[in-house]
Structure formats: structure tokens, C-alpha cells
Design a protein around this ligand. Structure first.
Ligand SMILES: [Zn+2]
Length: 231
């Protein structure tokens, strides 16, 4: 029994962290966001809502500067003020904004937002438990190995989420008559933006796999769909 106590503690710690991070995220988002009202974007949102056969898609404006889009665990979609500013300035088109919203809708529809919170807390618990167990056998580097293993697992999990959300967005944008072009052009634009300001990688890209790989995956989807529609 004594042997399992550290693991039990780690799991408990993970659960508490999980509840706490949901609570904190929700409060932060409630305090610093309002519903986004933009006639140009609303037209596109209405088309996507029609494609999904729902009444409307609500998007919220989150008052922070980093360029980012996010899906909260409660299913709300947020676009940051920094991202919206790029749209207002004409650096990002309405279609491209729609592609980000479609991507975030994908995370919600596919259950990623909720799962990611579990992943995050689960990772903490797993890291702690692994470190405790491994340290007994390999003092010193046990913690390193635990960190490495957990990080590797987390990266694999989030990477597949991104490709899935991209594919969901591609299907939705196609059905809404917007197409995959803005999705691809936004990736290229954001990468350009990154290169011009060395080191200042937009948060939205930082948490995502390589842009070129994502573009290639989208082009493969498009080729496949073009092939199907020609048959
Ligand atoms: Zn994403």
C-alpha cells in the first residue's frame, strides 16, 4: 500500500490541478472577452452555420495582443484582439479569419478542447508519478527521463489534434463555399510574419506542427476531394 501512495497523491494532485485550471481559464476568458460583432465576419459565420445546420456561430473577442485563436473547454471560440487587429488592418482577410474560426470549431466538435485540459493535468500527474517511480531505480536522471517521456507523449497528442482540426476546417470551409485557399494562404502569411520578426513566433503557430507539413496535408485533402468530385 505504501508503495502506491506517491502515485495516488500524484493522481489527486492532477485532479485538483485540472479543476483549478478549468476554473481559472473560464474566469480569465469571462473577464476579458466580449462577443465579436463584425458585419463582414458575420456573413461568413452565417454561411458556416448554414453548412453545419445550426442557428449561428458565436465568436468572442479576447482582449490580449498575441495573435491567437482558441477553443475553451466549455466550447466557446475566441479570437484575440491582436488577431482581429491584423484583420482590421487588412493583413488578414475575412476568409482567412473564417479559416481560423473553422479550425477552432474543429477542436470543439472533435472534443479536443476538453480533452486537452485533461491531457494537461494528466501530464502533470503522469510526470510526477513517473519521476517518483523512476527516481527510485535511477536516482538523478529519473526525473529527466520522466520529463522527456511525458513531453514526447504530449507533443504526439497535440500534433494529431491539429491535423484533425485542420481537416475538419477544410471540410467545413469547402461546404460553406469558402474553400481551402484561405486556410493555406493564412499559414503562408503567418510564417512570413514569423520570419520578418525573427524570434517572435505567433502563439497560434507555436502550439502547432510545422506550417509546411500542415499545408501539404491540406493540399493532399484537396487533391483527394477534387478526385472524388470528378468521378
Ligand atoms: Zn489548433
Amino acid at each position: 500500500m505504501i508503495k502506491f501512495t506517491p502515485i495516488l497523491l500524484a493522481v489527486l494532485y492532477g485532479l485538483v490541478m485540472y479543476r483549478f485550471s478549468i476554473w481559472r481559464t473560464k474566469r480569465e476568458l469571462d473577464d476579458r472577452s466580449t462577443e465579436l460583432v463584425d458585419p463582414m465576419l458575420n456573413t461568413l459565420l452565417a454561411r458556416m452555420a448554414a453548412a453545419l445546420e445550426i442557428d449561428r456561430i458565436r465568436v468572442y473577442l479576447y482582449e490580449i495582443d498575441p495573435v491567437n485563436g482558441l477553443a475553451a473547454p466549455d466550447g466557446r471560440i475566441f479570437i484575440t484582439r491582436g488577431f482581429y487587429y491584423k484583420f482590421r488592418q487588412g493583413e488578414v482577410s475575412a476568409d482567412e479569419m473564417a479559416s481560423v474560426i473553422a479550425h477552432e470549431l474543429g477542436h470543439v466538435a472533435l472534443g479536443h478542447a476538453r480533452r486537452r485540459m485533461i491531457d494537461f493535468s494528466g501530464q502533470n500527474a503522469l510526470r510526477t508519478a513517473l519521476a517518483m517511480v523512476l527516481s527510485r531505480f535511477i536516482p538523478g536522471i529519473g526525473v529527466w527521463i520522466a520529463n522527456g517521456l511525458t513531453t514526447l507523449l504530449a507533443a504526439r497528442l497535440s500534433r494529431s489534434d491539429e491535423y484533425e482540426a485542420d481537416a475538419y476546417a477544410a471540410a467545413l470551409l469547402t461546404k460553406a463555399g469558402i474553400g481551402l485557399t484561405p486556410q493555406i494562404s493564412l499559414f503562408e502569411k503567418l510564417e512570413e510574419l514569423t520570419r520578418s520578426r525573427a524570434g517572435a513566433l505567433p502563439a497560434w503557430l507555436m502550439s502547432h506542427p510545422k506550417t509546411q507539413d500542415r499545408i501539404a496535408a491540406l493540399k493532399a485533402l484537396q487533391d483527394r476531394w477534387d478526385g472524388i468530385s470528378k468521378v
